[in-house]
Design a binder for this molecule. Structure first.
Ligand SMILES: [Mn+2]
Length: 291
């Protein structure tokens, strides 16, 4: 499928948790004019503790460089796990532009602020040590999830169930933390008179209108495997990798008509990726008409 733009964040290359194969499948399915990499693409934090670099992760880097070489616009917005790149704001490395943040204008003229978002996360901003401990705990959870997934495959249970996603949706503190993060970003875009924000960082994918602005989070490629795409008419869609992988016909139908309501795969708890807060406008999971 060809789309105008792809937005991905939190790939965490260099870690065991990185689901590079799923990302490669997604990139195979989606071609675009623009590719925005919204932070934590390479995880230098985790690589201080030990590098886990697979051939698939290498291929991810090669595919991205190849897209840039072939005339796609590729922009890297560094996150906190690749903050070393932040020194290079405004510089282009070959065909890849580095920006701390960027205002993207969609095909239908809406202005979205693109940034990783850790600046709006009170935990990483003021308690770096806490963020590092949280990061180690999170990695353990993700690894436990990989084991669980293998078990599910052995037992032939359909779909992909995310333990970390489930835990996040159940833990009250995590939920209020997500709310605080979203609220401060929504406040920021409203102050700046923009139509929305597209960010990452908290590994919780969302695409939701909130009082006149749109909050979009790309999710991650460690746990939920999600990306956001902008279609040629300017509408945004949240793509979940396991859905496009398992049911390509559904993905095509979903792209063709926003009126089609997806049937959640069995065993996938609703609200495990998205915020459990109800959406104020009529928009079914993942797809929103931003017009
Ligand atoms: Mn981050």
């Amino acid at each position: 499928m060809h789309v105008r733009s792809i937005f991905i964040s939190d790939v965490h290359l260099g870690t065991r948790g990185c689901q590079a194969e799923r990302l490669l499948d997604f990139l195979k399915d989606y071609e675009s004019d623009n590719l925005f990499l919204i932070g934590d693409i390479i995880d230098f934090w985790a690589m201080n503790r030990g590098i886990h670099w697979t051939p698939a992760q290498n291929t991810v880097v090669q595919k991205i460089l190849r897209r840039a070489r072939h005339g796609q616009r590729v922009m890297l917005i560094p996150g906190n796990h690749d903050e070393a790149m932040r020194e290079y704001d405004g510089i282009s490395f070959g065909d890849i532009e580095v920006r701390l943040e960027h205002i993207h204008v969609t095909a239908d003229g809406r202005r979205y602020l693109l940034l990783h978002g850790d600046e709006y996360d009170q935990v990483t901003r003021y308690h770096r040590w806490l963020a590092v401990i949280g990061d180690v705990g999170y990695n353990l959870l993700v690894r436990a999830n990989a084991t669980l997934s293998r078990l599910r495959r052995l037992l032939r249970r359909p779909g992909y169930w995310s333990l970390a996603g489930f835990a996040k949706s159940r833990v009250k503190h995590a939920v209020s933390f997500i709310f605080d993060f979203e609220d401060s970003l929504i406040h920021a875009v409203r102050e700046r008179g923009l139509d929305g924000v597209i960010c990452g960082h908290i590994h919780s994918a969302a695409l939701r209108p909130v009082d006149g602005v749109v909050y979009v989070n790309c999710g991650d490629w460690v746990d939920s495997c999600t990306a956001v795409v902008e279609h040629h008419d300017g509408h945004l869609e949240l793509v979940r990798s396991w859905q496009t992988m398992t049911t390509p016909a559904f993905a095509a139908a979903q792209a063709a008509s926003t009126a089609v309501s997806p049937t959640p795969a069995r065993g996938v708890p609703s609200g495990s990726f998205d915020n459990p807060r109800p959406a104020p406008l009529a928009c079914h999971e993942g797809v929103i008409q931003t017009k």
